[in-house]
Design a protein around this ligand. Structure first.
Ligand code: 4NP
Length: 148
């Protein structure tokens, strides 16, 4: 089982989602992340994501930002988008129904069919990162229970 978390920059939300889900499942399950934009490719996660994860015992410093490309439809079984815009950008690259069916909005695991966004915390303060952490922790607990 391979799971990909996707946001815009791959420095704030999806690195947290990757770290949180990986901490809840065994290492046979591969969790990774990517961004739909290339602005931050090669960079470490945002300092604020690293800090909030560290507070809960999760290390994000082995991660480097990557851009989502169509090949990820072949290498992952499930693809979780953090928000509606990421979801549309991923779907725009899908080639067929198999690709499309891999993609969902991560908070639909918590509130099915509600299509709620994980808010982009990039331009806000530390509170936004704590809020995102809690939302993703709740969603990842549900995902981990389903797949393990
Ligand atoms: P992320 O947050 O999509 O959660 O990684 C963002 C990071 C960078 C930018 C926007 C959102 N940016 O515009 O550079």
């Amino acid at each position: 089982m391979r799971i990909l978390m996707v946001c815009l920059g791959n420095i704030c939300r999806s690195p947290l989602a990757e770290g949180i889900l990986q901490s809840k499942v065994n290492t046979a399950i591969k969790v990774d992340s990517a961004g739909t934009a290339a602005y931050h490719v090669g960079e470490l996660p945002d300092k604020r994501s690293i800090a909030v994860a560290k507070k809960y015992g999760i290390d994000l410093t082995n991660q480097r930002a990557r851009k989502f490309t169509v090949k990820y439809f072949d290498t992952f079984d499930l693809i979780y988008a953090m928000d509606e815009s990421n979801y549309q950008n991923i779907l725009a690259l899908s080639r067929d129904k198999d690709d499309e069916q891999k993609v969902s909005m991560i908070l639909n695991e918590v509130h099915p069919s509600s299509n709620e966004d994980v808010p982009d915390p990039y331009y806000g303060g530390n509170d936004g990162f704590e809020n995102v952490y809690q939302m993703l922790d709740e969603a990842c607990t549900i995902i981990a229970d389903k797949i393990k």
